[in-house]
Ligand binder design. Structure first.
Ligand SMILES: Cc1ncc(COP(=O)(O)O)c(C=O)c1O
Length: 436
C-alpha cells in the first residue's frame, strides 16, 4: 500500500476514535533501536517509544531472537494448560518486586485488563467495593477503567460505573489547594482521610494510582506523598494498587518500579507497555494473600501466552544484564539538565518534571498566569516532526510534551534530541512573533 492508501484505509475502515498525532498522520514503516522510518524513507529519532512502550529499543535483537525461537516451538495453549514461559516469567517477576513481597502474577493482554484484575482481586480480598483513584489519572479504556480514570476526555459513553471517588492530586505546579511545597505539609495527601470519610462508606477496597501520572502529563508527586496516602488507605481497609503501566521496568531510574522511589511497598502492581517492548502483555502481581483471594472462574485466553511471556522475560533480563536501570538514572539526569537548559531559553516552558527517562515539559502562555499553551504544544510537536524527532503529548489540556526514549539510549542521543527540540521551539517562537 502507498502512504495515501494507508491513510485513506484508516479513515474508511477504522473507527474514527482511532485518532493520530499530527495534522497529517505519520505512517511508520519500520523501526530499529531508537529510530523509526516513515513511508517516505525519512528517519526519526524516537523519544516517545510508541507511547512509553519501547523500553529496550525497537526490534531488539536479543528479545526478538528468543521470541522467534519460541514461535517455532509453542505459540499458544491458553491458561488452562501449564507452559514454561509463563511459569518462568512469573518466577522472574517475583524476584524483582519490592522486597520480593509481591509474588503471585496474573497475565493478560493490556494495562486495562491488568487494572481490571487488580480491582477484582482487591474487592475479593477486602470484601469492600469502593475504590479511590486520583484526579488526572488514566487507567485504561474498559467501562470500569474509564470510571477509575480522572479525566473527562477519556470517559466516553456517558455515565461512568459507580464505585469510584477521586482524590486531590499532588500536582505541585498547579496545586489543587493553592499552596507551595514543602510548606504545604503535603495537604493534598492528608485530605485522603477526609475524602474517605465523606465520600465513601468508610470501607474501601483499594486506592489505585500511577506513581507518576502518564497521560495526565507526568505529574510527579513529592517524595512524602505515597507514604502518607498508603497509611490512610490501609487504615480504612483498602489495598494499594500501583499502576506501573508507564513507570515500571526501570524507567524512573535505579529501581524496577516507580513506587520504589517513594519507599512504599504496594499490595498490587499492574503493568503492561514496556514489559513487552511492544508484545501485548498485561501483568497484575500481588502479595500472595491478596492474589489467593481471587478464586474461581476467570480466564484470559491470551494471558501468559508462551510467545509474549518469552518476550516479557527477555525484556526484564535485558534490562538487568545491560544495567539499564542505572542508565535510566544517569542518562535521565543528563536529559533533565538539557531540558532545564531549554527552559532557561524558552519562556513557553513553564515546568520540567519527571524521573529518570520519563521527563516532561509543561508549556504555558506565560509563566505568571500559567495558562496552558495547548496550541503551542501542538505546534512544537509538528516542528519536532519536521526536525525528525518524535515526542509525545499529554496533560488535561494537551499542553505537556512527554519524553520517554528507550532505556538504552546514550548521551549522544540526548544531545541530538536537545538540538532537534530546541530548533522546534525556536521555529514556534518565531511563528508566534510573526503573528503578534
Ligand atoms: C498508567 C496507565 N494505565 C493503564 C493504561 C491502559 O493500558 P492499555 O492501553 O494497555 O490498556 C495506560 C495506557 O496508556 C496507562 O498509561
Amino acid at each position: 500500500m502507498t502512504k495515501q492508501e494507508i491513510i485513506l484505509a484508516n479513515q474508511q475502515y477504522l473507527f474514527p476514535s482511532v485518532f493520530h498525532y499530527y495534522r497529517e498522520p505519520l505512517v511508520v514503516m519500520r523501526a530499529k533501536d531508537q529510530f523509526v522510518w516513515d513511508a517516505d524513507g525519512n528517519q526519526y529519532l524516537d523519544f516517545f517509544g510508541g507511547i512509553v512502550t519501547i523500553s529496550v529499543g525497537h526490534c531488539n535483537e536479543t528479545v526478538n531472537r528468543k521470541v522467534t525461537e519460541q514461535m517455532g516451538r509453542l505459540q499458544h495453549v491458553s491458561t488452562v494448560f501449564a507452559n514454561e514461559p509463563q511459569a518462568a516469567l512469573a518466577k522472574r517477576i517475583a524476584e524483582v518486586t519490592p522486597g520480593g513481597a509481591l509474588s503471585k502474577s496474573f497475565f493478560t493482554n493490556s494495562g486495562t485488563e491488568a487494572n481490571e484484575t487488580a480491582i477484582l482481586a482487591a474487592r475479593c480480598y477486602t470484601g469492600a467495593h469502593e475504590v479511590v483513584a486520583l484526579r488526572h489519572s488514566y487507567h485504561g479504556r474498559s467501562a470500569l477503567m474509564m470510571a477509575a480514570s480522572g479525566q473527562a476526555a477519556w470517559r466516553l459513553g456517558g455515565a461512568p460505573v459507580p464505585g469510584f471517588v477521586h482524590a486531590l492530586n499532588a500536582y505541585c505546579y498547579r496545586c489543587p489547594v493553592g499552596l507551595t511545597y514543602p510548606s504545604c505539609d503535603v495537604k493534598c495527601a492528608r485530605d485522603m482521610e477526609d475524602l474517605i470519610r465523606t465520600s465513601t462508606s468508610g470501607r474501601i477496597a483499594a486506592f489505585i494510582a500511577e506513581p507518576i501520572q502518564g497521560i495526565g502529563g507526568f505529574i510527579t508527586p513529592p517524595k512524602e506523598y505515597f507514604g502518607i496516602v498508603a497509611e490512610i488507605v490501609r487504615k480504612f481497609g483498602g489495598v494499594f494498587i500501583s499502576d506501573e503501566v508507564q513507570t515500571g521496568w526501570g524507567r524512573t531510574g535505579n529501581k524496577w518500579f516507580g513506587i520504589e522511589q517513594y519507599g512504599v511497598t504496594p499490595d498490587i502492581i499492574t503493568s503492561a507497555k514496556g514489559l513487552g517492548n511492544g508484545a501485548p502483555v498485561g501483568l497484575t502481581v500481588a502479595r500472595p494473600e491478596v492474589a489467593d483471594a481471587l478464586k474461581g472462574a476467570t480466564i484470559s485466553t491470551f494471558g501468559g501466552n508462551p510467545v509474549t511471556a518469552t518476550a516479557a522475560k527477555a525484556v526484564i533480563d535485558f534490562i538487568d544484564e545491560q544495567n539499564l536501570m542505572t542508565n535510566a538514572a544517569e542518562t535521565g539526569a543528563y536529559l533533565r539538565a538539557r531540558l532545564e537548559e531549554l527552559k532557561a531559553k524558552h519562556s513557553l516552558i513553564g515546568d520540567v518534571r519527571g524521573m529518570g527517562l520519563m521527563q516532561a515539559l509543561e508549556l504555558v502562555e506565560d509563566r505568571q498566569s500559567k495558562t496552558p499553551a495547548t496550541a503551542a504544544a501542538a505546534a512544537v510537536m509538528e516542528a519536532a516532526r519536521e526536525n525528525r524527532l518524535l515526542v509525545g503529548k499529554g496533560g488535561m489540556q494537551g499542553n505537556v510534551i512527554r519524553i520517554t526514549p528507550p532505556l538504552n539510549i546514550s548521551r549522544a542521543d540526548v544531545d541530538d534530541f536537545a538540538l532537534r527540540l530546541d530548533a522546534g521551539f525556536v521555529e514556534v517562537g518565531r511563528a508566534q512573533m510573526r503573528r503578534s
